[in-house]
Write a protein that binds this ligand. Structure first.
Ligand code: HEM
Ligand code: HEM
Length: 216
């Protein structure tokens, strides 16, 4: 079956860096490595800033306008999915589009609450000097609660990906590595444009710079 490019390199790099850094954030806090935890958090901050920019200026399938639909059409897409009648999407489907927004919001709050948090042992996040210790303690609790919400969302994400693989016979994971989907699994009406890699890398470097600038 002929394969068509749907994901640019920047979006795929973003995804697998995101997975690696979230695992690293979890590992470092489990092992009480708070300085490394903060460094990873600020790298993640840069990555999320990059993804938001890329959602406006990036390749077609990375753009918010390409995958954001009304919540109602996401619901009717979900209903059609259960009866296996949903149409193919070249990039994110309408329900997946909302999953991306939820991920960005929940990870964004994890980063914000981390920057206001403290560990009661002398460490405090980059923004915590601007609030009282009580408020910082509240953010530390919110940071812990929000992490559990993020983990639940990640499980839901994995269930969706494996539903596609096992029930619909669509390997979205391979597409997130190779960037390509079989021609019969895309929307033929889509005109896909891809932005130069250099543009993505300049945007990524600037975003990571901004993420670390907030730390110092
Ligand atoms: C700017 C980035 C971040 C900063 C400054 C930061 C800071 C902190 C601090 C101060 C604590 C409290 C440690 C303690 O109570 O001893 C903490 C805990 C934690 N952080 Fe972060 N964090 C950041 C990002 C993240 C991210 C991105 C994740 C995961 C996606 C994460 C996951 C956790 C977890 C799981 C805990 C333990 C919560 C618990 O007490 O159960 N953090 N972090
Ligand atoms: C820490 C864990 C993970 C997080 C936070 C996460 C987050 C995300 C996000 C934000 C996107 C949207 C990508 C974009 O448009 O920029 C996405 C898409 C995707 N993720 Fe993950 N992911 C995680 C783990 C995984 C794993 C382990 C797999 C594979 C087994 C996976 C497979 C995929 C696939 C296939 C897509 C594209 C879905 C589609 O075609 O619409 N993800 N993920």
């Amino acid at each position: 079956m002929k394969q068509i490019k749907v994901w640019d390199f920047a979006t795929r790099l973003f995804h697998w860096l995101l997975v690696t850094l979230i695992l690293a954030a979890w590992y470092t806090i489990e092992n009480r490595m708070i300085e490394q935890h903060e460094l990873i958090g600020h790298a993640l901050l840069g990555l999320i800033i990059f993804r938001i920019c890329w959602g406006f200026i990036g390749s077609t399938t990375a753009r918010f306008t390409h995958f954001l639909t009304s919540p109602l059409s996401a619901l009717s897409y979900l209903k059609a999915s259960l009866t296996l009648n949903a149409p193919h999407s070249s990039g994110h489907n309408p329900a997946g589009g909302w999953m991306v927004i939820m991920m960005l919001l929940i990870i964004g709050f994890q980063l914000l609450s981390g920057m206001y948090a403290n560990d009661d042992l002398g460490f405090s996040g980059a923004l915590s000097d601007s609030i009282t210790k009580d408020m910082s303690d509240t953010f530390t609790q919110l940071h812990a609660i929000n992490f559990n919400i993020l983990v639940a969302l990640i499980w839901l994400h994995l269930v969706a990906v494996f539903f596609y693989l096992l029930v619909k016979n669509e390997n979205l994971v391979r597409a997130m590595f190779s960037g390509k989907k079989p021609v019969n699994q895309i929307n033929p009406q889509d005109q896909l444009n891809f932005k130069p890699l250099l543009q993505a890398m300049v945007c990524l470097l600037a975003s990571v710079g901004l993420g670390f600038w907030l730390m110092v």
